[in-house]
Ligand binder design. Structure first.
Ligand code: SAM
Length: 237
């Protein structure tokens, strides 16, 4: 997807990027490729691929009507080089975005990126979701949690649901979700008082399969979750 096609695709969804926003995406691409030579950020470095598989792919929650340009608080768990939250932040500047990632080099990259792109209302933290999830400043503070390609739902639910306000939503993006994955997540979701309200398969314009799953928090998360770092992975609910 060329940058031009990216702009045109957005237009079909009623979003017209300003010159400033186009430049922000362009600079994001340049910095991603430049920093990728020093630290491992992504396997995708060809320009048209970055626009399709990182930028366009990341904004699915906007294109599918799950987010608007409001000053809601979003937490992106395991965002790596900023996906999916920062492309959404460029398009909807009113969003207040927090990122937690367990690799400090990626957090350093994000700080530099935010400076270069003059992003405001972005906050980056190094650490594990399991630890932040027990911290009062983070627990039950967010309207939305996003996560792209971080873990299967059975594990992801424990890493994300504790951060949500009541009726807040997890937006999980991945290449594809087998029915089996949702079946396996049933116990975790019940234990955490959360419910899948939508799970939709779709395709990128090049035909690559994708899935978006929306999970809503129905009641306060029991205090013991998330369990200590590593446990959700080792002993999934
Ligand atoms: N979301 C990004 C994307 O789609 O390009 C990165 C995906 S990468 C496969 C997974 C990221 O999650 C890594 O950057 C890793 O450091 C982070 N991660 C994995 N487990 C985590 C945890 N428990 N807490 C915080 N970050 C975690």
């Amino acid at each position: 997807m060329t940058p031009q096609t990216f702009y045109e695709q957005l237009k079909t969804h009623g979003i017209t990027l300003t010159d400033k926003q186009k430049k922000q995406f362009e600079r994001y691409f340049e910095l991603l490729v430049e920093w990728n030579q020093k630290i491992n950020l992504t396997a995708i470095t060809e320009k048209n691929d970055v626009y399709l598989k990182h930028f366009y792919d990341s904004i699915a929650p906007i294109l599918q009507g799950h987010l608007a340009n409001e000053s809601v608080r979003i937490l992106d768990i395991g965002a790596g080089a900023g996906f999916p939250s920062l492309p959404m932040k460029i398009i909807f500047p009113n969003l207040d975005v927090t990122i937690v990632d367990s690799l400090n080099k990626r957090i350093q990259f994000l700080n530099l990126l935010a400076d270069e792109l003059s992003l405001t209302k972005v906050h980056f933290f190094h650490g594990r979701a399991e630890d932040f999830g027990q911290d009062k400043q983070f627990r039950q503070q967010f309207d939305f949690v996003t996560a792209r390609a971080v873990a299967r739902m059975q594990i992801l639910a424990e890493l994300t649901i504790p951060f949500l306000k009541l009726n807040g939503r997890l937006i999980a993006l991945k290449a594809s979700a087998a029915d089996q994955e949702m079946e396996q997540a049933k116990n975790a979701l019940t234990t955490l008082f959360a419910q899948i309200i939508e799970s939709r398969d779709y395709e990128l314009p090049n035909g690559d399969p994708r899935n978006i799953t929306i999970v809503e928090k129905k009641k306060e998360t029991p205090k013991k979750y998330p369990r200590k770092a590593g446990t959700p992975n080792k002993k999934p609910l």
